[in-house]
Design a protein around this ligand. Structure first.
Ligand SMILES: Cc1cc2nc3c(=O)[nH]c(=O)nc-3n(C[C@H](O)[C@H](O)[C@H](O)COP(=O)(O)OP(=O)(O)OC[C@H]3O[C@@H](n4cnc5c(N)ncnc54)[C@H](O)[C@@H]3O)c2cc1C
Length: 364
């Protein structure tokens, strides 16, 4: 009830110019999920991205899919790229890896050396990096961008998993940031067979406050993947909370993307229903405009000694204040000791801070 009221109070009227600048070109939007319930288990949202990749592989349109796995190496969680050529490998990459990988150095060489046609999933900045390499255009048959608020540096997850490993008394061997319905659960598996599960907010509270945000994300305003064929993300609208199946929001951005989503739906891999693009924006109504407004961070950064580009965007007082809060969190995020101290802070205070930040982002 409270969530519904908050949503009504913070409803936005999206102008065509907002849609054009924040989302970019697009053909249509839909909400949906992977038809196969087994595909949806372990997916970040509705498993639609995995369903699209499986459809591209199984229909023979792609010989492989560039995916990003949440890998655990020597007890540390890292983002690792891999070219999946079988359904099992695509399924193994389900879920969101919030810690930043090095796409240009680690993923681009994999794409360059792969002998066949590829589908590529990446963050909006990664899809842009791919699009800047025209020599790869013929090889990449579909570019899927995840909606992206920002990615985090590894120190935050290292401090968190260090705590969990201490609690378990064993080495971390597997990790998922987020699985299951609505906000989702975080899972950690240990060498002695024990597992620890927490609400995904055990990590996302800090991420949403912009602690340990990757530096490059401060200067990025691309939430929906301007250069992608399809983009995919969550639906954080209250009306989807009670749905028995979690949905993924999809926006077809190019004729290629529109055709891939339609053929995956017609072929039975995906259940999808067309919606106005504003329904998708409603589900991102705080984060998307906040993320897009680089100038707000530029102005806030001037006073805090953080140099960021000015994109000439309109900035209102509350946007500048919200940007200042994010930049202060960024400045408090140095090394792993800072992350350990952060995790020791009372969560109720951080939650209050998050509500204040969300309140500022909600004013329109
Ligand atoms: C850093 C980050 C920030 C995000 N921010 C937002 C946000 O602000 N709002 C929102 O609505 N959604 C956001 N998402 C996207 C969201 O978490 C889901 O990935 C999306 O809803 C797709 O869900 P799905 O169940 O269809 O995907 P799944 O079927 O679970 O498939 C996910 C696919 O994404 C790939 N992938 C996962 N992590 C990465 C990564 N770091 N880099 C490249 N590829 C990756 C995997 O290889 C996998 O193929 C973010 C994701 C990430 C990784």
């Amino acid at each position: 009830m409270i969530g519904k009221i908050a949503e009504l109070l913070t409803a936005r009227a999206w102008k065509p110019v907002d849609i054009d600048t924040i989302v970019g070109r697009h053909h249509y939007a839909c909400v949906g999920y992977a038809t196969d319930a087994d595909v949806r288990t372990a997916a970040a949202s509705g498993g639609a991205v995995t369903a699209l990749l499986l459809h591209l592989l199984e229909s023979g349109r792609a010989d492989g899919a560039l995916v990003c796995m949440t890998a655990v190496e020597g007890g540390s969680v890292r983002a690792r790229y891999h070219i999946a050529t079988t359904p099992a490998e695509v399924l193994a990459a389900r879920g969101s890896t919030y810690v930043l990988g090095d796409f240009v150095h680690d993923a681009i060489p994999l794409i360059e050396s792969f002998p066949g046609r590829l589908a590529v999933v990446g963050l909006p900045c990664e899809i842009t990096a791919l699009s800047r390499r025209p020599q790869l255009a013929d090889k990449v048959v579909c570019r899927i961008a995840l909606f992206c608020g920002h990615a985090t540096r590894p120190e935050l997850v290292d401090a968190l998993t260090e705590r969990l490993a201490d609690e378990a008394g064993s080495e971390l061997v597997s990790f998922r940031f987020r699985m299951g319905a609505w906000r989702g659960r975080m899972h950690a598996g240990f060498a002695d067979g024990t597992t620890i599960e927490r609400p995904s907010s055990a990590y996302l509270l800090y991420q949403n406050l912009s602690y340990f945000i990757a530096r490059k994300c401060l200067a990025c305003g691309d939430h929906f993947g301007y250069d992608a064929d399809v983009c995919a993300g969550d639906l954080w609208s209250h009306r989807y909370k009670s749905e028995p199946v979690k949905h993924t929001a999809l926006i077809a951005k190019t004729p290629c993307g529109a055709e891939v989503v339609r053929s995956a739906t017609d072929g039975g891999a995906l259940v999808a229903r067309e919606v106005p693009v504003t329904d998708v924006l409603d589900g991102q109504r705080r984060i998307a405009p906040f993320h897009h407004n680089v100038t707000a961070r530029h102005l806030a950064g001037k006073r805090l000694g953080v140099t960021l580009p000015d994109r000439g965007q309109r900035v209102r007082w509350h946007e500048r204040l919200a940007a200042r809060m994010a930049l202060k969190a960024y400045l408090e995020s140095g090394d792993i000791d800072d992350a350990r101290r952060l995790l020791g802070r009372p969560r109720w205070r951080l939650k209050l801070r998050l509500y204040l930040q969300k309140g500022l982002e909600s004013l329109s």
